[in-house]
Ligand binder design. Structure first.
Ligand code: ATP
Length: 445
């Protein structure tokens, strides 16, 4: 039977009141398998630029990649449209679902578009032109914005570094209620799968991080390096409520895919993630709310870098910077303020070089070596130990211990973005993806 590749991208079906595009994907897994389609990859969960202002939560889009008999294509497309129409949160103003169908290999312009949607901001008409030129068809609802994410999900083949997430969903009657998960089983799962899963617990608070808090249908998600690892880990989580279904997604979470190196601070643009190198221009300041602001400068300009209150102990690292420190800053640029000033919200900070912290202190007593105190402006110093007075002494310069060493610093996992590569993933980056069938089992039921 002749078959052909069919990629199905979907996005923007949820609202703060509920829903989740991954859940529609999970429903479709079952439906499309029933129809006779064969999945050639795990469903892909593609996180796009986390700094776009109109995202609901984590700016996630989904792509299903199938091998399907061309005679089935009509029924498959119908099932997808039906699932989106039955489950998307159409009532929410900010929900603008989009579906993109693409047949055959993914052409380069779609891959480039995906990269730009992960690392920057793209326009709807660019997506529409590409769909017209390359794709079989697309369905957009309301202001159609969802087709941007749907097309980007199709275009991102996740053929560089990638991770996996097993997402388990709640039954309808439990949605909106407090999630019932056994914390001890999560601690045990984390211990048993160390190195193979990540961001299960927040080490500072001991709080489990695998469950969201909103009304969406996700019960929990376990992130890891392989489908096997997230499956093993997911099965260890004990729940006090039934699991309706689960699916293992392949994703760009935890890979830093959004961060692009820029050559100068003047290249920073609102809503864009970036990596820049600069020098601290002043001592950081703490502003109301407990946020810490540090000004970085280079030959092209300067920018405020912000470590927000929820980043906890990460703020202490930023507070330790002094003028002259050279750092690499990773983060996303906020909307410009009224004066047009840009702020980079820090996701990571790499201290490259520390400036010496030189301070002027009172001289030592030349007679006994004791500490001295000033006798008043221009009056000289008196030894605290032997009491002798010295008129001609001046302050001396000492180097103070910085209490900070060069290296990479991240906020605690509870404050990290989905795309941020956590410390525990460093050294585990995958250089590619070899399509070779799916791990079994990759979904239930
Ligand atoms: P999640 O499914 O994790 O909850 P989300 O709900 O946070 O994701 P969406 O509701 O999908 O985000 O809203 C994001 C909207 O922004 C979508 O319409 C998407 O097409 C669009 N979008 C995503 N990335 C970009 C980008 N880089 N440039 C322009 N528009 C984007």
């Amino acid at each position: 039977m002749p078959t052909s590749l069919l990629h199905i991208g979907m996005d923007d079906t949820d609202s703060p009141r509920g829903g989740c595009t991954t859940y529609i994907a999970a429903l479709l897994v079952e439906r499309l398998l029933e129809l006779g389609a064969r999945f050639v990859d795990h469903p892909n969960l593609v996180r796009l630029n986390p700094n776009v202002p109109w995202k609901t939560r984590g700016n996630g889009a989904v792509c299903l990649r199938l091998d399907c008999d061309p005679a089935l294509e009509g029924a498959v497309k119908e099932a997808v449209v039906e699932a989106v129409e039955a489950n998307a949160e159409f009532d929410c103003d900010n929900t603008n679902p989009g579906i993109v169908f693409h047949a055959g290999e993914v052409p380069d312009p779609l891959r480039t578009f995906a990269r730009r949607a992960i690392q920057g901001v793209v326009a709807l008409d660019e997506a529409e032109t590409l769909i017209e030129e390359h794709c079989a068809s697309a369905v957009g609802y309301k202001n159609m914005r969802g087709i941007i994410g749907a097309l980007a999900a199709v275009g991102e083949r996740l053929d560089g570094d990638h991770t996996y997430e097993l997402l388990a969903y709640r039954t309808r009657e439990n949605r909106g209620r407090r999630r019932r998960l056994d914390a001890a089983s999560i601690v045990e799962m984390d211990r048993a799968t160390k190195g193979e899963t990540f961001s299960n617990l927040d080490p500072e608070t001991g709080r489990p991080l695998i469950a969201p808090h909103g009304p969406d249908p996700v019960l929990f998600g376990v992130r890891g390096e392989s489908a096997e690892a997230v499956h093993r880990a997911g099965m260890m989580v004990e729940t006090g409520e039934p699991v309706e279904r689960w699916v293992i997604f392949r994703t760009n979470q935890g890979t830093d895919a959004h961060l692009r190196r820029l050559t100068g601070l003047s290249d920073l643009e609102p809503y864009n993630p970036a990596i820049v190198v600069g020098e601290a221009a002043a001592r950081p300041r703490t502003i109301p709310g407990g946020h810490v602001i540090c000004v970085l400068k280079d030959d092209t300009g300067q920018v405020d870098c912000a470590a927000y209150e929820p980043t906890g102990s990460f703020r202490d690292i930023v507070r330790h910077l002094i003028p002259g420190d050279r750092v690499r800053a990773y983060g996303g640029v906020r909307a410009p303020d009224r004066e047009g000033r840009k702020t980079l919200n820090l996701e990571k900070l790499e201290v490259l070089r520390l400036a010496p912290d030189l301070r002027q202190v009172n001289p030592l007593c030349p007679e006994c070596g004791g500490g001295t105190e000033s006798m008043g402006r221009g009056q000289g110093y008196r030894c605290r130990r032997c009491g002798r007075r010295h008129r001609g002494l001046t302050k001396r310069v000492v180097e103070v211990d910085r209490g900070l060493v060069p290296g990479l610093y991240l906020p605690p996992p509870r404050a990290q973005r989905h795309l941020t590569k956590p410390l525990e993933r460093y050294g585990k980056e995958k250089s590619g993806y070899v399509p070779g069938g799916l791990y079994e089992p990759w979904h239930w039921p």
